[in-house]
Ligand binder design. Structure first.
Ligand SMILES: O=C(O)c1ccccc1NCC(=O)[C@H](O)[C@H](O)COP(=O)(O)O
Length: 214
């Protein structure tokens, strides 16, 4: 089965076109104002309209968002999935309110941080942010990929955090992930994506035979 790939934090057409050209499955639009990848709903709409109907899915990223924030984005952008940084109960509330699949992000540093239960549609497993982090994700920080070995995920999950074109194959092989997500690792500076890095990341991820779950 082909490794799923999400390219997150797209902010301009050129990198969007590269991600589409090389077969990204998901494109992340960040609606978190303190992110260097922040998009207004109107900016998200300008990018979304460039996406083919049979292309990648549109993932909207929200951090402790009010319903009104999410609604404002949905009024402009036909998001397919909502990626939420909040509590599991709030994530379930959002799913019920908006009727869209919801992925919940988990910052992990030890095995006990991995969720044992979830009734959501997906999990994003990434490094727990540093205490002084300016944001809960998109920090280019990885965690010990051995932590997910022999883990029985309660929902489909995606590996994120500190992935790069150079380490993604090893990350897949060690973690057993069937899907990966990247933002910083395909940028030249925070918020500025590199078409070459995007291409190489996707090709390297897809050329990896994910380690079978044991
Ligand atoms: O990307 C951001 O700036 C961001 C800001 C606030 C919350 C989440 C954010 N990104 C979420 C993602 O899905 C990232 O792709 C994921 O955290 C991995 O980021 P990176 O380590 O930079 O590859």
């Amino acid at each position: 089965m082909s490794i799923g790939v999400k390219i997150c934090g797209i902010t301009e057409p050129a990198s969007l076109e590269t991600a589409i050209e090389y077969g990204a499955d998901w494109i992340g639009f960040v609606f978190f104002p303190r992110s260097p990848r922040f998009l207004t709903p109107a900016q998200g709409a300008d990018l979304s309209i460039r996406m083919p109907t049979n292309g990648p899915a549109r993932v909207g990223l929200f951090v402790k968002a009010q319903d009104s924030d999410i609604q404002a984005a949905l009024d402009e952008v036909p998001l397919d999935i909502l990626q939420i940084y909040d509590t599991p109960s709030r994530a379930a509330e959002i799913r019920n309110r908006f009727g869209l699949p919801v992925w919940l992000a988990y910052g992990v540093s030890t095995r006990s941080d991995l969720p044992a239960y979830s009734d959501l549609d997906g999990l994003l497993i990434e490094a727990r942010p540093q205490i002084d982090a300016l944001r809960p994700g998109g920090n280019g920080q990885s965690f010990d990929w051995h932590l997910t070995q022999n883990w029985h995920p309660p929902a489909p999950w995606m590996l994120a955090g500190g992935l790069t074109p150079e380490n993604v194959s090893q990350a897949i092989a060690i973690s057993g992930a069937q899907a990966v997500d990247v933002s910083s690792g395909v940028e030249t500076t925070p918020g500025v994506k590199s078409a070459e890095k995007i291409r190489t990341f996707i090709q390297n991820a897809r050329s990896t035979c994910a380690r079978s779950k044991s």
